[in-house]
Design a protein around this ligand. Structure first.
Ligand SMILES: [Zn+2]
Length: 158
């Protein structure tokens, strides 16, 4: 198999994966909340500065590469289309502090994050998987935003 042909196969597999993943979510959920991250922000964030080098640069670089190679932006476009086709929607949420905020009590501190996976909140002792905690924060922020824009819509309709 030639190199060009192999590349084509990989990109077909990637597209197939993105379609399956967006179908499984887009056809079962009404509203999906995601962090409003641009690929640029995600790839730049781990680098840090000379005075304050980014932590876990190596892990983040690996993650960024895998996100880029799997086509995160394309995934969101497909998902948004599939949700809207069924009357659902994709809500993009400000990513600020979603990984530093305690989903139980709302306390914000970078010290909450002990490792890439484990969070133990310094204020209330709440402990949870870091991704699960961030997901709750994203959901909460998205729902607050939705409630706010719905209130505005009904006000202007009245
Ligand atoms: Zn807490």
């Amino acid at each position: 198999m030639g190199v060009a042909r192999a590349h084509e196969r990989v990109s077909d597999m990637r597209l197939d994966f993105l379609h399956k993943a967006s179908n499984s979510i887009g056809e079962t959920q009404a509203v999906v909340y995601v962090e409003d991250l641009t690929i640029r922000t995600m790839t730049g964030s781990a680098r840090g500065t000379a005075e304050n080098p980014g932590r876990n640069v190596r892990q983040k670089a690996g993650l960024n590469r895998s996100i880029l190679s799997r086509g995160w932006g394309l995934f969101l476009s497909l998902l948004e289309y599939k949700l809207s086709r069924r009357g659902g929607r994709l809500v993009r949420v400000d990513p600020r502090n979603t990984s530093r905020t305690c989903s139980a009590c709302g306390h914000v501190s970078p010290e909450n994050r002990k490792t890439q996976e484990a969070f133990v909140w310094v204020a209330c002792g709440h402990a949870e998987n870091a991704d699960a905690n961030a997901a709750k924060n994203i959901l909460g922020a998205g729902q607050a935003r939705s409630a706010c824009s719905e209130a505005k819509t009904s006000e202007s309709a009245a």
